[in-house]
Structures are given as C-alpha cells and as structure tokens.
Design a protein around this ligand. Sequence first.
Ligand code: MN
Length: 231
Amino acid sequence: MKPVIGVLPLWDEKKESVWMLPGYTEGIDAAGGLPIILPFTSDVEYLVEICRGFLFTGGQDVSPTLYGEEPLEGFCDRCEKRDALDGVILKAAMEADKPILGICRGIQFINAYLGGTLYQDLPTQHPSEINHRGHAPYREPVHDVNLTSPLRECLNAEVLPVNSYHHQAVKTVAPGLEVMAVSTDGIVEAVYRPESRFLWAVQWHPEFSYKTDVNSMKIFETFIKACKERE
Ligand SMILES: [Mn+2]
C-alpha cells in the first residue's frame, strides 16, 4: 500500500482559503506516495498517527518572534495559521519519529522551530551576486550548491545546480541540525537531523523541477522510501 503523506496546506490570506501548488502533491504521487492535504486544526494526534511522513511546504515568512527577533520593517509577510499548524505537526511528527521533508519555508520553519535563526530578507541582510528570488520558469537552475553527506551520496554529486525562489534563508543552524548543502555565496540550502530517522529539508524547489530534473525526483523518492520503511 502506498504510504499516506501529510502535506502542510498553503493559506491564501486574501481569499481566506486553503490552496496547494500541484507540484508538492504530484511529486509525492510520482515517487509512490499518497498525498493528503492536511486541514488547519490543532487536533493533530490522529493525523500524525495515520500519516507515514510529512511534507513541510513553502509559503509565507516564518514569524521572526519564533527566533526572538522583531520583524524587519517592510519585508515580513507572516501567516500565524501556518506557524501554528506547522508547529504542532512538526512537534508531534518528531516525537513519533515520522519521516519529514521540508521545502523552502519548510527548511526555514524547521530551523527556526528547533532554535536556529533566519535571514529575514536576503537582499537586505546578505547581498550577493546571486538572485535567490529567481525568475520564471521556476524549474530552471539559478545557482549552484556544494553538497555534503548524506545528500552528496544520495545524488552522487559534489555540486548541484538548483532553482531558487526565496528571500529568506537559514542564518544560524539550529542545534541538532547538520548542513548538507551551501550555495556559492554561503547560504545554507539544505539540512538534515542525524537523530531523526529521516528529517531532510532543502531551500530550493524540487516540486517545480521533478519532471525535468532527476535530482529533484530523487529527493522525493528518497523521502518516500524512508516513509515506506516504517511499519
Ligand atoms: Mn537559493
């Protein structure tokens, strides 16, 4: 049976509606998982029980209060609903040692929740030659990252061209997380948690590129494989 994967929902503030980019659920489906979009609820115990893994999706900025900072004037687009649901699901999923994959906001939220900090706005706080905000088409690579274990072995590559669609990023890495990809301008772009059975997070967007890029597909496949290994 395909492993059921809980996908953290996106929230449209203007429409006050749940929404979803198709790549997240279709990438899971293509890798052999059965995605379900989770509801906004604080009663997550049963959801965590029935899901074999969790995908922490992209979205609004993580509230800087989570890492003890005031919002940088004019650059902060927070979503309290996302912060609340991501927090209760992450806590329960980690306690149950369910596999976790974080993408974009996912890596940022996981890092902040576990005690790290973020750049609130890269162009302001870490100006560089690289435009991490990227441009359409978002499946195309924007910059390189240098890989270390275990992502280096997973993809069998030292350097990986990745797409990029973010204005925030990991600043200080949370206790318990280890870096496994760094951009050529020094931004942490992937982390994992050795204590967990599988907790990986990337700053780039495999959900935009899994159809055309084997390495993006491989990240989904590695996550789903970890979910299947669980009884
Ligand atoms: Mn980037």
